[in-house]
Design a protein around this ligand. Structure first.
Ligand code: TRP
Ligand code: MN
Length: 447
């Protein structure tokens, strides 16, 4: 257990990116209410994920972390959750089948609401209004009223997370994720595409393999591994009051866990070694992540590892690099070398999204599918050069047929972006682009 740590010890440090709540008494009331509510996940589940990530750190498994940039209160529906899960399952099947190693599935889901901003204010004409910080804080509409932080939103976020997780648990344990249904995860608009066809042939092979095993006398029916799947939840631990309110002492071990999600990460903007976010996360037993951008120095990174994982527990710490396609190889190699030499058993994951955000000719925030791929290729290359394991990918995606990222198999262009640009925050890969990406990643990992 971390020394000199309590769930509220972060309050003695400076916390970046916290909303300016207009009424702190109201905030305190809501946080107190949340701290009396049931945990969303359990310590034992977080420990199981940590063990699985330990396998990734050792080079025996691969991490697929994927989901929305920011979940929305408005787009909350069973269909939306199911479609996102479908894509994640499809990607996981492709990666598992092609790489021949277990794939650890972690969603950016059931709690991924809060967004860090480059500026606390946004200028609308002559007026300055607070920036949009995600639906857990305020609304995205461009007026003062909508942008006023409202603590009642913390409760809505808790409740939406609970029902999202409930549905995920039902889908992943109740038949939907059964390997015998591998064909049924293809959405209509994906089925006829080249990547959809490619998926169909893997699905057919898996079905044949299941028949083969059954024919060999293996009891396929009673083996839960084939019928169920673990999909864990994760989000950026940004609003520390909310995270603290869901932090509970595990009765089994006496350790503290942040029970708002299985895995939490610290963003590029809040990873100050002497800041409140690092202080908070160092004391919870969950597997945690930290985004690592191109300005990160080896010295900083080693201090971070020492602070967040002093016991050098495998699977405890995932470093999520987000360098940009052009610089990833050069920026990453010294970091890989330093961490390897220190003996810290980290998971290295590649976020190929956040270092590759551009503005289209039509003024849309977007990303090129080719840049996303190039960053992953550079990431894999850097690991091969340093003799380390490219442990996984961290992707922003949606199950819908949106047009937010450029390129991919259906070659979306600048002008296509207007067709279905629905994100509240960053541009996400659509279902076809995501599936395509899984095939390409599998190829990169095989080469
Ligand atoms: N349980 C195994 C796993 O998670 C196999 C499995 C069952 C699976 N359903 C799945 C794999 C759906 C990927 C997608 O790997
Ligand atoms: Mn994002």
């Amino acid at each position: 257990m971390a020394r000199n740590w309590t769930p509220d010890s972060w309050k003695g440090f400076s916390a970046a990116q916290q909303p300016d709540w207009p009424d702190t008494a109201d905030l305190d009331r809501v946080l107190k209410e949340i701290s009396g509510m049931p945990p969303l996940v359990f310590a034992g589940e977080a420990r199981k994920l940590r063990a699985s990530l330990g396998q990734v750190a050792a080079g025996n498994a691969f991490l697929l972390q994927a989901g929305d940039c920011a979940e929305s209160f408005d787009e909350f529906s069973a269909v939306n959750i199911r479609e996102k899960l479908r894509v994640i399952l499809q990607m996981a099947v492709v990666l598992t089948y092609s790489m021949g190693v277990p794939v650890v599935k972690v969603g950016r889901i059931a709690g991924q609401f809060a967004k860090p901003r480059s500026s606390p204010f946004e200028k609308i004409g002559a007026e300055e209004i607070p920036s949009f910080r995600g639906h857990i804080v305020n609304d995205s509409a461009q007026n003062l009223d909508a942008r006023r932080p409202d603590p009642a939103r913390l409760l809505t976020a808790y409740n939406q997370s609970a029902s999202t997780l409930n549905l995920l648990r039902a889908f992943t344990k109740g038949g939907f994720a059964d390997l015998s249904r591998v064909h049924s995860w293809t959405q209509e608009f994906v089925g006829s595409s080249p990547e959809g066809q490619r998926y169909e042939s893997i699905a057919a092979e898996i079905e044949r393999a299941l028949l083969f095993m059954r024919a060999c006398g293996i009891d396929v029916e009673s083996n839960p591994n084939l019928h169920e799947v673990d999909v864990y939840t994760s989000h950026e631990a940004l609003l520390l009051g909310y995270e603290q309110a869901l932090t509970r002492e595990d009765s089994l071990t006496g350790d503290w866990y942040d029970c708002s999600a299985h895995m939490l990460w610290i963003g590029e903007r809040t990873r100050d070694l002497n800041g409140a976010h690092v202080e908070f996360l160092r004391g919870v037993g969950n597997p945690i992540g930290c985004k690592v951008g191109p300005t990160t120095s080896p010295e900083y990174l080693l201090e971070l590892c020492a602070k967040l994982n002093p016991a050098q527990q495998p699977g405890r710490l995932t470093l999520i690099s987000r360098m940009g396609a052009d610089t990833v190889e050069d920026s990453l190699r010294p970091l890989l070398k330093a961490v390897k030499a220190s003996g810290h058993p980290v998971v290295w994951a590649c976020d190929p999204m956040h270092g590759n955000t551009i503005t289209s000719t039509t003024g849309r925030k977007t990303r090129r599918f080719e840049d996303v791929l190039r960053e992953i290729a550079g990431f894999v290359k850097a690991h091969h050069a340093e003799g380390t394991w490219p442990g996984g990918i961290h992707i922003e995606l949606t199950g819908e047929n949106v047009t937010e990222c450029l390129g991919g198999a259906d070659a979306l262009s600048d002008t296509d972006l207007d067709h279905r640009y629905e994100t509240m925050c960053d541009p996400r890969l659509n279902a076809r682009q995501s599936l395509d990406l899984a095939f390409r990643v599998a190829e990169l990992m095989r080469d």
